[in-house]
Design a protein around this ligand. Structure first.
Ligand code: TXA
Ligand code: MG
Length: 318
């Protein structure tokens, strides 16, 4: 029997019983558990095979719920929350002592967001506790944007995937932390840098592990298919380097017209939003085809293109 279901009451029962439930969000599916249950949180780390140094994001239903999670909200964090919540923005703020250390990897800050998905907002509203939810994939692999992706990863490990359809944004939330009240971008994501800067002005990016001990988990290799992957400007030229191999290509908007090559076009209209919503589904699909290599086309380096290039870059790192 499939573990995919739309039964919110069943999700409430399982989560209340320290079990995990995969939940839909507008970014990617999350593997959720009660933040106050040590048993549930340990299950998240063991199911994902995630190292304990990598902290989790706490999901709350309302800005009011933030009071129990954090002790201080910088002015610019207030502006960002007002502009983008519910939505694909995660804020890293000083944590309240009641938030368990295992959630934050021992740090004195906690990552928190209000997701913008009606099913998960309805679920959160019924629960007396927030949900910790990392993306619902084994550590390092491609994040899931459909219930079926989660099922393929974890059907033997969890009891329920709450179905909310395909994730509209398709790429993880953008993470913003604060150093002396100044916003710093730790992870590019579904909310563009340009949109954020329109609210709080120019911000610094620190999204590489070496430059950002403040944001553990920003690993050079991540979001990676099992198939060897390349990210290039000129896909046709790269194809020539892999003569004789079974090749899959991921292009932004224009077909290469190459027979014998599996090709996925991410947005025929050239919409970055549409491309982002299709990106991980396309990577899952190509990775399932026993190819020798996947060649992905670089996006223009602005807006969501910048975020997608970040993910593809990490997918290619060996
Ligand atoms: O869109 C998303 O953010 C999805 C959905 C499910 O909400 N979640 C997600 O979680 O992408 P995850 O665990 O795959 O990525 C969380 C990242 C960590 O790798 C870490 O870099 C950062 O959030 N993070 C969490 N807590 C932090 C903290 N206290 N300080 C700095 N970075 C933190
Ligand atoms: Mg993840």
């Amino acid at each position: 029997m499939s573990i995919i279901s739309t039964d919110i009451e069943q999700a409430v029962r399982l989560l209340t019983d320290a079990q995990l439930v995969a939940i839909p969000t507008e970014t990617v599916y999350g593997l959720a558990g009660n933040i106050y249950s040590e048993k549930a949180i340990h299950r998240i780390f063991s199911t994902k095979k995630r190292p304990f140094f990598n902290p989790l994001i706490v999901h709350i239903p309302t800005v009011k719920a933030l009071e129990k999670i954090v002790t201080h909200i910088p002015e610019k964090a207030k502006l960002l929350a007002a502009a983008f919540w519910p939505g694909s923005l995660t804020l890293v703020l000083k944590k309240n002592s009641t938030v368990p250390d295992i959630i934050t990897a021992g740090k004195d800050t906690v990552a928190v967001r209000i997701p913008n998905h009606p099913v998960t907002l309805a679920l959160l509203a019924k629960l007396p506790f927030p949900l910790a939810a990392p993306s619902a994939n084994p550590f390092g692999s491609i994040s899931p944007t459909k219930a079926a992706h989660v099922e393929a990863y974890f059907k033997n490990d969890i009891q329920m995937i709450l179905d909310g359809g395909s994730c509209a944004n398709g790429i993880e939330s953008t993470i913003i932390g604060f150093e002396n009240e100044t916003p710093i971008l730790y992870r590019l994501g579904a909310l563009t840098l340009e949109d954020i800067e329109a609210v709080v002005g120019k911000i610094t990016i620190k999204n590489k592990e070496e430059e950002s001990p403040e944001a553990p988990g920003m690993l050079a290799r991540h979001y990676a298919p099992k198939t060897s992957t390349f990210l290039v400007h000129d896909v046709a030229a790269e194809i020539k380097k892999h003569a004789g191999k079974k090749i899959g290509v991921l292009v932004f908007k224009t077909t290469l017209n190459t027979p014998d090559i599996v090709e996925i076009i991410l947005s025929k209209n050239g919409s970055m939003q549409e491309a982002a919503s299709n990106l991980y589904t396309a990577m899952h699909a190509l990775d399932a085809q026993q190819l020798d290599v996947i060649i992905a086309e670089k996006f223009p380096e602005f807006g969501l293109g910048k975020s997608m290039n970040d993910r593809l870059q990490r997918a290619t790192f060996k």
